[in-house]
Design a protein around this ligand. Structure first.
Ligand SMILES: Nc1ncnc2c1ncn2[C@@H]1O[C@H](COP(=O)(O)OP(=O)(O)OP(=O)(O)O)[C@@H](O)[C@H]1O
Ligand SMILES: O=P(O)(O)OC[C@H]1O[C@](O)(CO)[C@@H](O)[C@@H]1O
Ligand SMILES: [Mg+2]
Length: 417
């Protein structure tokens, strides 16, 4: 190799975690480490290939598993992990089917993966390996990792999956197994801490435009039309906020982080009356987790323990219809729920690039000897982060952030209090 080749990332390379020095905690969107907002430097490991690697590629067996819900780009990440592992010289690569369940549901065999098998999988949405919720018995999973003789496990999933991955990592350490557990954050909701964005998010925002545009056309063409679109986001309103900003046509954007009243002089319904009076139609975009306080809670959970939400879209639709009927003003409400149409699509161009970078860096991280880490973009730089740091809480839209204020400027909506 030529002498001037500088392709390796130095083990001591670091990226700065926070790049804005906020003068005051009251500055818009201030994200301070100390209460008085003094400048604290926090450095994180730079992602990428190391000169010294901690596994002998020809003896490595690597596994890949995709957990939780679907997200555009899963197949792109799987593909890049396989291509990169092969580039290192790894020959034994397997896919675990249907999330953590694949470790112990006996009929779910390992899928042998190589360059040829994964060549075209990025052309379709979904997960080539299948996904699932629930079934994370850590001790059984680690037994299975031992029985399969895995040296590396790449775990693609959201907050819940990463909590599981970290427990797997800790259990492996306890058993003194030299297994590298590396996460790749997969969450269409963009709700993982410390990262600029997660893969699939951009695609979801783009896919949501079709629904918003249809709702706009329906509302605009109807007499006193009201278009309503419900988008994903259990606790975080990022998709709804960005989709509303991107569309530019949305009059009311409702997210879980910002409570709102429906009735009364400052409520959503009064503002809708105003919109119908002044422009003749209205467009609302609501996140699935918004306004849950207005609904009866069921206490039901899914297989992973996530709360099953009540349907804010249906509730809003009914409230709007009955409100306009009560006040004797004609309205024509059109409700669109594009939930799975937004999620079950292939990654767009920018997400495909992000997935490529993340998949490659996950493999570099494992060969660098890391475990219990995940990989993402911080301030446009690619880094490795300890899993516990990114799952301390769910990343939420800050109602004091510039982005939420920009969204309010764009919609022109008042404070619904
Ligand atoms: N706290 C936890 N500890 C260990 N395992 C967990 C935990 N929470 C969830 N899991 C497991 O992780 C897997 C995925 O969890 P979950 O269904 O919550 O999806 P997720 O990774 O959060 O992704 P999504 O963004 O789609 O919700 C499931 O198999 C679940 O059992
Ligand atoms: O119906 P499923 O597959 O459980 O997934 C729905 C959930 O997945 C998420 O997209 C998170 O991945 C949530 O926004 C949504 O509530
Ligand atoms: Mg989750």
């Amino acid at each position: 190799m030529q002498e001037s080749w500088n392709g390796y990332v130095n083990d001591d390379d670091r990226a700065l975690l926070k790049v804005i020095k906020f003068a005051s905690p009251t500055s818009a969107g201030a994200d301070c480490i100390d209460p008085d907002c003094t400048w604290v430097e926090q450095w994180v490991h730079r992602a990428g290939p190391r000169k010294q690697i901690y596994f002998e590629p020809q003896y490595v067996k690597a596994g890949i598993v995709t957990c939780g819900g679907l997200c555009p780009g899963l197949n792109d990440v799987i593909r890049q992990i396989v291509l990169t592992l092969e580039k290192y010289g790894v020959k034994n690569i397997v896919g675990i089917q249907h999330g953590f369940r694949g470790f112990f549901e006996n009929h779910l065999g390992e899928v042998l993966l190589n360059r040829h098998v994964v060549q075209n999988i990025n052309l379709a949405g979904g997960s080539f390996l299948g996904v699932s919720r629930g079934g994370a018995n850590i001790s059984d999973i680690v037994d299975s990792i031992q029985a399969r003789r895995l040296d590396m496990l790449f775990v693609l999933g959201g907050n819940g999956t990463h909590a599981g991955a970290n427990l797997i990592h800790e259990e492996c350490r306890k058993r003194k197994l030299k297994v590298s557990i590396v996460g790749v954050p997969k969450t269409i909701d963009n709700d993982i801490l410390l990262m600029d964005k997660t893969f699939g998010f951009d695609t979801a925002v783009e896919a949501a435009q079709r629904a918003i545009n249809s709702a706009y056309i329906e509302a605009h063409s109807a007499f006193h039309g009201i278009g309503l679109v419900k988008l994903m986001g259990r606790s975080s309103g990022f998709i709804t906020m960005h989709a509303s900003l991107s569309s530019g046509q949305v009059d009311i954007c409702l997210i879980p982080e910002v409570p709102f009243t429906l009735d009364g002089p400052n409520g959503v319904l009064r503002h809708l009356e105003h919109l119908i009076e002044t422009k003749g139609f209205a467009l609302i975009c609501v996140a699935e987790g918004a306004g849950q306080e207005h609904l009866q809670q069921s206490n039901a959970t899914d297989a992973s323990g996530n709360t099953v939400l009540s349907d804010i879209g249906v509730h809003l639709q009914q409230k709007m219809k009955s409100h306009f009927k009560e006040i004797g003003i004609h309205s024509d409400v059109k409700y669109i729920d594009p939930t799975y149409m937004v999620r079950a699509v292939r990654a767009n161009a920018s997400d495909a690039i992000l997935c490529t970078v993340l998949g490659q860096n996950a493999v570099h991280g494992a060969f660098a000897g890391f475990s219990g880490i995940t990989t993402g973009i911080c301030n446009t730089h690619n880094v490795y982060l300890p899993i516990p740091e990114v799952i301390k809480s769910t990343r939420l839209v800050d109602p004091n952030s510039r982005m939420w204020h920009r969204c309010l400027t764009s919609t022109g909506q008042p404070d619904f209090h």
